[in-house]
Structure formats: C-alpha cells, structure tokens
Design a protein around this ligand. Structure first.
Ligand SMILES: *Cc1c(COP(=O)(O)O)cnc(C)c1O
Length: 376
C-alpha cells in the first residue's frame, strides 16, 4: 500500500500524459514553450483569477510573491509555525523577519485572534514594520480569510495565500489560490495537483503585480532576459512539467471527488474513535492530507501497530517552525504557540489519494481503530 499512489494515477492517465510529453520532445521548446502559457490560462480559469504566473517551485512562488510586494529588511511577516519550513524560510530569504502566531486547535490554521494581538504588539514595539500575512491552507483546508481580511485591512497588511496544499479547496464558493491579494501553489509530486518534478505558480488579479512576477522569474528581465531592470530569480516552470500538468488538471475535478470519497469513508468510520479533521461550514478541503489526532502519549504506539499491518503513515508536522534549529540563531519572533506544539506531538496522517479503493480505506480505518484500543 502506498501513502500517495502516483503510479496508480500515472496508469490511469498514461496515454494522455505520454502524448503530452512526446509532443514537447518533438517541438523542442523546453523553456517557456507553448504548454506553459496554455497551462497558465487553464489554471486561471480553474481558480477564477485573471493572472497565473508559473514558476519553478512552491517555495519560489512564495519568494516571488514577497519580492513583488517589495518586502525585505525591517519588515515583519506574520505566519503559522505549523506548516512546511518553506513558508517561513522565504521570509528570512528576502531579509524580513517571520513572526510566528499560534494556530486554531481544530482547523490547524492560523488563529485570527492571536494574529491580531501579535500585529498590535509588533507595531507597538516599533522595531519592525508589519507588512504581510502568509496564511497557509494546511492539509488542503482554506484558512479563515474573512477574519484575516479584517485584520489586514485594519492594519494595512497584504495577505499571501500559501495554497501549496490548498489547490482545489474552496472558501464560500471561491477557489483556493484566489483568496488573497496573491496566492501561491506547489506542483511537487505529492501535492493535490502534482507534476513529475518541481513546479509552482503564483495567482493574482493584479495585472501590475503579475507583470513584475513575470520579470522576476526571468532574472528581473525588462524587454528580454539581457535587459535586466530588477534583481530576480531563474524560476521558470519546465515546458515538460506544464505538459504533464495540463493532462493532470483535466483529471483533477474527478480526483477531488474521489479524495472527498476517501475522506468521508475515513470520517464515518473513525470520528467516534479519534479526532478527525474539522471542515467548517461553507468550506471544502482538497484533502492534501487526512490528518487525525492521537490521544496524548499514544501516537508512537498507534503508528507502530499500523506499520506492522503494512499501513504507511506520516507526521505533518513533528516540530513547529519556531522550534526548528535553523531559527535558534536566525532572527524571528515567536508568540506563545501551545496549540501548534500540542498538535506536533499528536497528529498523524493516513494514506490519501484519489485511487484509494473503498475496501482499502475501510481496512485502514479498521486498523486505526484496533491500534487505538491496543495503545490505550
Ligand atoms: C510543499 C509546500 C511548500 C513548498 O513547495 P515546493 O514546491 O516543495 O517548493 C510551501 N508551503 C507549503 C505549505 C507546502 O506544503
């Protein structure tokens, strides 16, 4: 059994993906070939934004977003400590200071009340200029954007939506990646919409920001890449990856239905035995991960017993970012994060992909139930 079965997906889409890849090998325009623009247009249509700028990874997408907003030294960027390292890493890379704010204990996304307190506190101290919030749609569930918008507006902050995991989720009818001034995603193979290597994209309705992003991803190009008007990156999406993503995006709506089917199956069989994911009314998750919460002190025993039955699991995340050694001697601000620290000790994720059969999901759920009884 696979935690994420990319081979099953490839078998399902093989003819179309092979044809797309061969087409690129034949026309030979490996950098910024026609598939890149075609994919960007398809992504704009899917997410409902006017501008999609593809790039080399989800990490670069975040860094490009910060660069486009001219965020740098002296600036504070507020984010969650319960996410993949890249979310905060890019803040440090552009010379700004990450400010870690605790999560909501049930959604695992940044807690708007704690955020507001943190913004007020940082502003009052006067050492850093509050500039932006990077909200993460963790495990595929959009953050609380209505509350975040109010805070951003009150304090003059920009919001960047890190939808590396969120692509495909919805917030009151609006698509993830379109929920903030700038949205970003990742096409890392294991993400909901993954390619066969690294890739990412930035989403916005602001044509001026999009123009800056298109310059930044090619060495800050002006009229061409030998006319350089700003300091940028080399961060383009390969044409081959775009061709693969065009085919995967066509299959994506049905895959989302199947991810929901697996999630529903797990929830109906597990919600009386363990803490299952909360999806607030009006929101849908892309189910990048199906993450449950073990009773305190029992996670290791539960995972051992699942492993013995051949069921793969993963821990996202076992250490909050403010506790990573990289930040022990790197500038950052950490407000108290008890919910993030508690989650890091208890959560684990179950196999999740659209090609997981009902019988397999049932076997996994049964094994989880049995392992909880053993661990108790
Ligand atoms: C995967 C991920 C990223 C980074 O994406 P890459 O494509 O691997 O660079 C950023 N943020 C979150 C929340 C992620 O899960």
């Amino acid at each position: 059994m696979q935690f994420i079965d990319l081979k099953a997906q490839y078998q399902h889409l093989k003819d179309d993906i092979d044809a797309g890849v061969l087409g690129v090998l034949e026309h030979g325009r490996f950098i910024m070939g026609p598939e890149v623009k075609a994919l960007e247009d398809a992504l704009s249509e899917y997410t409902g934004v006017t501008q999609t700028v593809s790039c080399a990874s989800g990490t670069d997408a975040l860094q490009l977003a910060l660069m486009a907003l001219e965020i740098g030294p002296g600036d504070a960027v507020f984010t969650t400590p319960f996410t993949f390292f890249a979310t905060a890493e890019v803040i440090s890379l552009v010379g700004a200071v990450p400010v870690f704010v605790d999560i909501d204990a049930e959604t695992y996304n940044i807690d708007p009340e704690r955020l507001e307190e943190a913004v007020v506190d940082v502003a009052a101290k006067g050492e850093l200029t509050p500039r932006a919030i990077i909200a993460v749609d963790l495990f595929g569930l959009p953050a609380d954007y209505d509350a975040l918008d109010q805070i951003a507006e009150a304090h003059g902050l920009d919001i960047i939506e890190d939808a590396a995991q969120g692509f495909g989720g919805t917030y009151h009818g609006r698509q993830a990646c379109s929920l903030a001034r700038i949205g970003t995603t990742s096409f890392f193979p294991a993400k909901p919409l993954g390619c066969y290597g690294d890739g990412g994209a930035v989403f916005t309705n602001d044509a001026n920001i999009a123009e800056v992003l298109r310059s930044l991803r090619v060495h800050g190009k002006g009229t061409d890449k030998y006319d350089n008007v700003r300091i940028g990156l080399n961060s383009r999406l390969d044409t081959l990856q775009a061709a693969i993503l065009i085919e995967k995006l066509k299959a994506f709506p049905q895959e989302l239905v199947d991810r929901q089917r697996v999630a529903d199956r797990y929830t109906s069989r597990l919600s009386d035995a363990i803490v299952t994911p909360l999806v607030p009314d009006g929101l849908t998750s892309s189910w990048a991960q199906y993450t449950v919460r073990a009773p305190s002190g029992q996670r290791a025993a539960i995972l051992d017993s699942l492993k013995a039955k051949g069921i793969p699991t993963a821990i996202y995340y076992g250490k909050s970012l403010h506790e990573q050694s990289a930040y022990s001697d790197h500038p950052h601000v950490a407000f108290p994060c008890p919910n993030s620290e508690a989650a890091a000790e208890c959560v684990f994720s179950l196999p999740m992909h659209p090609y997981l059969a009902d019988e397999e999901a049932d076997r996994i759920a049964d094994a989880v139930r049995a392992s909880i009884e053993l661990a108790a």
